[in-house]
Ligand binder design. Structure first.
Ligand code: IMP
Ligand code: MG
Length: 228
C-alpha cells in the first residue's frame, strides 16, 4: 500500500503547506511585467516572481536547519529546475555567510525528460548530466521544479539508490494536486498547486516560457501555437 501524507501529517514533519487553491483566480497580466513576446500567450499570473523568491528564502532556512553541518551536494534536475536551484542556492549561501551553522555546498546536474506538449509521458529518460556514481556516500539534495505524477522523482531516486548516497532529500518548488499522482511527496516543497499546466520561472511548454519570471497559466491558443 502506498504511503499517503495528508496536510496534517505533513505539518507533523515540520512542513507547512502553501496551498494555491483550485479556485485561485491569480492576477491580471497587466498588473505585472511580462515579456512582450508572451503577452498574447498567457491567461493569468498564478505565482508572481517576488512570492517565489520569498518562499524560496524560507525553504533555504528549513534545509539549512535540517542538513546544516553536513556537506551537501545539490543536484539540479535540468532544465526546469535551474532557476529555482540558482535562487535557492543563493539563499543558502546568504545563510552560510550570516549564521553560526553553515553547510559546505557543491553542485551536480542531471538532465531528465518526461514531457511532450502539456502531457507527462510514461517514460522518464536521463538525457545528460554528471555521473551519479560520484554521489556515493554523499548527502544529496535533489532540486526539482515540479512534481506531478511523481514518476520522474521516483525514477531518479531509484537510480540514485543504486549509488548508495549517505542521505537523500528532495526539494520541489511545486507539487501538483492530481489524481494521476503516485502519492510521492518531496521532503520540502514551495507551493501545492491545482492540476493546471504552468509555465515560467524555467517551467516550459516545449522549451518556451523558461524566460518568463512569474509562474503563469497558458491560454489554449498558445498550446496550439507552440505544439510539436
Ligand atoms: P512527473 O514525472 O509527472 O512528476 O513530472 C515531473 C516533470 O514534468 C517535471 O520535472 C516537469 O519537467 C514536468 N512538468 C510537470 N508538470 C508541469 C507543468 O505544469 N509545467 C511544466 N512542466 C511540467
Ligand atoms: Mg523538472
Amino acid at each position: 500500500m502506498k504511503e499517503e501524507f495528508t496536510t496534517n501529517q505533513f505539518r507533523h514533519l515540520g512542513c507547512e503547506n502553501f496551498d494555491i487553491p483550485d479556485d485561485e483566480k491569480g492576477y491580471e497580466l497587466d498588473l505585472f511585467c511580462v515579456p512582450k513576446h508572451y503577452e498574447e500567450d498567457l491567461d493569468r499570473v498564478i505565482i508572481p516572481h517576488g512570492l517565489i523568491m520569498d518562499r524560496t528564502e524560507r525553504l533555504a532556512r528549513d534545509i539549512v536547519r535540517d542538513m546544516g553541518g553536513h556537506h551537501i551536494v545539490a543536484l539540479c534536475v535540468l532544465k526546469g529546475g535551474y532557476k529555482f536551484f540558482s535562487d535557492l542556492l543563493d539563499y543558502i549561501k546568504a545563510l552560510n555567510q550570516n549564521c553560526d551553522k553553515s553547510v559546505p555546498l557543491t553542485v551536480d546536474f542531471i538532465r531528465l525528460k518526461s514531457y511532450c506538449n502539456d502531457q507527462s509521458t510514461n517514460s522518464v529518460k536521463v538525457i545528460g548530466g554528471d555521473e551519479l556514481s560520484t554521489l556515493t556516500g554523499k548527502n544529496v539534495l535533489i532540486v526539482e521544479d515540479i512534481v506531478e505524477t511523481g514518476r520522474t522523482m521516483e525514477t531518479l531516486l531509484s537510480l540514485l539508490s543504486e549509488c548508495n548516497p549517505k542521505m537523500v532529500k528532495v526539494v520541489s518548488l511545486l507539487v501538483k494536486r492530481t489524481p494521476r499522482g503516485s502519492g510521492y511527496r518531496p521532503d520540502y516543497m514551495g507551493f501545492e498547486v491545482p492540476d493546471w499546466f504552468l509555465v515560467g520561472y524555467a517551467l516550459d511548454y516545449n522549451e518556451y516560457f523558461r524566460d518568463l519570471g512569474h509562474i503563469c497559466i497558458l491560454n489554449e491558443k498558445a498550446k496550439v501555437k507552440y505544439k510539436v
